[in-house]
Write a protein that binds this ligand. Structure first.
Ligand SMILES: *[C@@H]1O[C@H](CO)[C@@H](O)[C@H](O)[C@H]1NC(C)=O
Ligand SMILES: *[C@@H]1O[C@H](CO)[C@@H](O)[C@H](O)[C@H]1NC(C)=O
Length: 350
């Protein structure tokens, strides 16, 4: 896996950077933490025009089409402190992953990132044909000329929910229902957290099972950790590291609640720095604990901190719920998930 490394540890990168201003400058092979840096205003962003991405889910993510009047938030680029990110090149992406399947597995934040990637690549190669199909919970966006499939499998918990006589059972010990779908995929990008917090009518299970015991409820962080250990066991025992790269998308922060001023409504500029209590998400700590104890290498796409600054990047009143139910959890496209994909692209480079 070349430059791959465990969660939180800086990765080795070395690549050629071309900017408009200067000729090709070689970034010295150095230890660079690509997640440490700042947002800089860059008028050459965003990376694509949403009007040229006909398959973008407009109600959820296309904030401009939904009437968002401000555009300043579109023009930010993530600048690591110690190096530059390579500019995204969709054609190179397709050539590098020729014949491969890349699958996002998770909730609507995975959908957010998958949609961003399909738009980023399609914009780079607008004449390349594509097939976009959705069968059940599996979305399949394929570029037949390159035999590259970008897949999104909706799966909020990673572990199974089983229909039984006692109701819908969230089984913390089992990934049986999904593992066949994951097997043989070349790049797997997982994500899970937000649905663990849902209660009441938004909670899609009735009881939770672990071992032989069934509970009406459980501390959600504890349940999350148990489910992640089950998932990790599958990775440790079933993933062939020579064929498959496994990535976990870090926790995407929302700006829906919290102390006064942290709600995303009306935010037009990024935050300059994080409030001290905003920097540590307990789910992120659980995730890092599980990943760091694994036998197989799983790369943490550590987007939490840099995303926390982008209070301006949510759909707010220009998302699926309009101004009645503002969306401070998902992200506008174009927007922040494009940066997640630039970081993913960087991490996948040899
Ligand atoms: C995705 O679609 C392509 C082209 O239609 C197909 O060849 C491939 O098998 C599909 N992948 C999955 C996992 O369904
Ligand atoms: C669960 O029940 C089975 C069969 O009754 C038993 O063999 C097993 O030891 C139990 N497991 C745990 C963790 O208690």
């Amino acid at each position: 896996m070349g430059g791959f490394s465990i969660a939180g540890i800086a990765i080795l990168i070395s690549f050629v950077v071309a900017t408009q201003a200067q000729a090709q400058a070689v970034v010295p092979r150095s230890t660079c933490d690509i997640y440490k840096g700042k947002w800089v205003y860059d008028p050459s962003y965003p990376l694509y025009d949403p009007a040229k991405c006909p398959f973008l889910e407009s109600r959820e993510f296309d904030c401009q089409r939904n009437g968002r009047p401000d555009r300043y938030y579109l023009h930010f680029r993530w600048q690591p402190t110690a190096c530059n990110l390579p500019r995204f090149n969709g054609r190179e992406f397709l050539m590098r992953f020729r014949g491969q399947q890349i699958m996002f597995v998770g909730d609507s934040l995975s959908l957010n990132q998958w949609q961003s990637l399909t738009c980023m690549i399609h914009t780079s190669v607008p004449q390349a044909s594509y097939v976009n199909r959705k069968i059940g919970g599996l979305s399949n966006f394929t570029f037949p000329d390159y035999k590259v499939s970008l897949l999104f499998s909706r799966n909020a918990f990673l572990v199974d929910i089983k229909s039984e006589n006692i109701g819908r059972v969230l089984d913390l010990d089992s990934v049986e229902g999904s593992r066949k779908l994951w097997e043989g995929v070349d790049v797997l990008i997982f994500n899970s957290w937000h649905w663990w917090l849902h209660t009441g009518r938004q909670q899609p299970w009735d009881v939770v099972r672990q071992g032989n015991a069934t509970y009406l409820d459980m501390n959600r962080l504890v349940a999350y950790q148990k489910a992640l250990y089950t998932w990790a066991r599958w990775v440790n025992t079933r993933v062939d590291a020579r064929k498959t790269k496994v990535i976990f998308q870090g926790v995407s922060p929302d700006h829906a609640s919290g102390p006064k001023g942290s709600n995303c409504m009306g935010a037009k500029v990024p935050l300059h720095e994080l409030s001290p209590q905003g920097t540590v998400n307990p789910a992120e700590i659980v995730l890092q604990r599980v990943l760091s104890g694994m036998r197989k290498e799983v790369y943490l796409l550590d987007i939490t901190g840099l995303s926390q600054l982008r209070i301006d990047g949510h759909p707010s009143a220009y998302g699926i719920g309009g101004s009645r139910i503002p969306d401070c959890s998902h992200w506008c496209l174009p927007g922040l998930p494009d940066t997640w994909n630039q970081l993913l692209y960087t991490a996948l480079l040899p």
